[in-house]
Design a protein around this ligand. Sequence first.
Ligand SMILES: [Zn+2]
Length: 368
Amino acid sequence: MPRISDIATLLEAIAPPALQEDYDNSGLLVGEPETEVSGVLVSLDVTEAVVAEALDKGCNLIVSHHPLIFRPMKRLTGRNEVERTVMAALRAGIGLYAIHTNLDNVAHGVNAMMAEKLGLDDFATLRPAKSTLSKVLTFVPHDHLDAVREAMFAAGAGSLGDYDECGFVTQGQGTFRAQPGSDPHVGSVGQREGVEEARLEVVVERWNVGRVVAAMLDAHPYDLVAHDVVHLENDHPTAGSGGIGSYDVPLDWAAFVDRLKTVFGAPMVRHTAPPEGPIANVALCGGTGSFLLPDAIRSGADVFLSSDFKYHEFFGTEGQITIADIGHAEAEGGISQWLVDQLSVLKVGFPNFAVLLSEVRTNPIHVS
Ligand SMILES: [Zn+2]
């Protein structure tokens, strides 16, 4: 059986924990990494009923989008549902793992799932992530170029979106003079040495810089390795908030609302005045998305689809964009099945391993 750590590794490859928002609490919340997992139950939220379902179905790990423990807990006395649910999970030996805003912030995550349900094409991130990329440069003698480059790629360098092994090499001459007490790879102590070297540069996601530099130093033949780590201001091409996509054949408002209700199971849509023309471009954000309204307007989208809009947030967008709010659980609900599909790859190595979709309705909001 896989261990919790194997499942965490898989989920972290899908959505790096470093991409979670500062206020978030994604990751392993209850349980020990080395515990063997009999089965995983996937749910949008964790409640006492979901813990009971996991126990009933023989699953000792719950993977949820929303973290059960969100605010610091000072005591566990069962005085509210969060405390009671944590206590129930601990008693039952059930681990809890949350993959929340890090999954919101990868281009293939929550927002792509919504765009796919809507049948949108040309999906792109609405607000690309900043300050997430670095460049690592080093200078390598030619006979070690391949080994150093391979080691850096293997540690995750040069991998962005659908591309990996991206790097650049230029030729030049490096100089150095070895001081007494050193053991130079080429040349001799006290002599200035000129060496033909390759300058190798690769882009690295910032959370991988430590690993990539360590792998580079390990594979490099020099004692003292000249290298630069440069933080980039570039947008990340495949990470950020929200999304935008388009319809080849624009939909009229009534057809769009029908589609929202059908594909998201939304009992109702709260919205501002419908757009005058057909809908060609749709900006969206799973969960609480009002912070992205300015980006949605700037993108020129006809509609901004999200949830949790407050009364006053619906004001002031006439003629610019139509806000459509389908409800938080409705917008994000499809991510549970998506996670079941992702986790099911573990069945290749562990045929008896169960990955189940929770059947508990956790949405506390009912529409009458
Ligand atoms: Zn949410």
